[in-house]
Design a protein around this ligand. Structure first.
Ligand SMILES: [Zn+2]
Length: 338
């Protein structure tokens, strides 16, 4: 069984984004917006997945993808949580329809309605709806709803605790996933995403969040940003700050995916973080869709190739490709048994 824990519905019919554009424009003009989300047919959903994510899954041998809405389109920087709630709901409904259209091939992860500084009530309600009614297995949590300005509270602040309480109760993890950057210094995919991964890990190193929430679980995507490369710095800073060694202290709660688009990066991740805390993922179709490394001829995001060449033992393969995902996303078990 091969589970890819990080996929996005980036190929949703264009009518979806058109709806969001009109919604945001209406908010910008100070107008109300009561247009319903676009009607998208079952055939449109089928074709948009079959020709893209599902085709690549079959080519690469992936059995199941944990699928969430297009992350850069969440646009949590728009300071209106009411429209964010409508937008999240529309996206999550489509994810649910994908999971229903291709039974056993996709599991849903929720987009949460967030806005800079806004209370998390809407996010908690949408998480509950997605898990309890739509049978989702987790959520994406934007650590910087301001879109690259970092005006909010760190993830260890009690601002986030209502959401964590719901995650613990529902037994679902969050992938730390920011959205588009509105700061021209930070390219969304090449800088903002990776910096958020790195910044959040240091927040966890510095604070005792998991003393309060011992079963709370996060997946840090994109191989943890700069974390594996600077593993010694994080361990050293923990020592200097009188905090537990993160390789031990954070291991029950913080996991990394394999969305690193070169073999050396994946091998380093596995070497320093360890097999038990790494989940297979490719993030397709994400940052580099259908782009090929001219030197190797491999698609950059075909991360299974890098793992296949890493000389892993059978136990490591089982853990990385499915066992760890089943531990971190226990609701996958419920889906499988259904
Ligand atoms: Zn992603």
């Amino acid at each position: 069984m091969i589970i890819d824990c990080h996929g996005h519905y980036t190929t949703a019919p264009v009518a979806l984004q058109g709806f969001r554009d009109r919604q945001v424009a209406a908010f910008g003009r100070g107008n109300g917006f009561d247009e319903p989300p676009p009607t998208i047919s079952d055939a449109e959903i089928h074709d948009s997945i079959a020709a893209n994510q599902l085709r690549l899954m079959d080519e690469r041998g992936t059995d199941l993808t944990i699928l969430s809405p297009k992350a850069s389109a969440m646009a949590h920087h728009v300071p209106d949580v009411a429209s964010a709630a409508v937008w999240a709901r529309a996206n999550n409904e489509l994810i649910q329809r994908v999971t229903a259209a291709f039974p056993g091939r996709f599991a849903g992860v929720a987009q949460l309605p967030q806005a800079p500084g806004a209370p998390l009530d809407a996010a908690v309600a949408e998480l509950r709806r997605c898990v309890e009614e739509l049978r989702f297995v987790g959520c994406n949590l934007n650590a910087d709803p301001s879109g690259g300005l970092w005006t909010g509270r760190p993830l260890v602040d009690e601002y986030w605790f209502p959401l964590y309480e719901a995650m613990v109760e529902l037994d679902v993890p969050a992938m730390i996933h920011v959205s588009s950057s509105i700061n021209p210094n930070f390219h969304t995919l090449g800088a903002h995403y990776l910096m958020a991964d790195t910044a959040v890990y240091m927040q966890f190193v510095e604070h005792d969040l998991f003393d309060r929430f011992p079963t709370l679980r996060f997946v840090i995507p994109h191989g943890g940003g700069a974390v594996p490369y600077h593993w010694g710095r994080f361990r050293g800073l923990a020592q200097r700050l009188g905090r537990p060694d993160p390789s031990i202290g954070l291991a029950p709660n913080v996991f990394f995916d394999t969305c690193v688009y070169q073999a050396e990066g994946i091998e380093l991740l596995l070497e320093v973080v360890g097999t038990q805390n790494v989940l297979f993922a490719s993030e397709m179709l994400g940052a580099v869709p259908n782009c090929v490394d001219p030197e190797s001829g491999d698609q950059w995001d075909d991360t299974k190739r890098y793992l296949d060449r890493a000389g892993l033992g059978a136990d490591q393969v089982a853990a990385i490709f499915s066992g760890n995902a089943m531990r971190v996303y226990p609701r996958l078990e419920t889906l499988a048994s259904a």
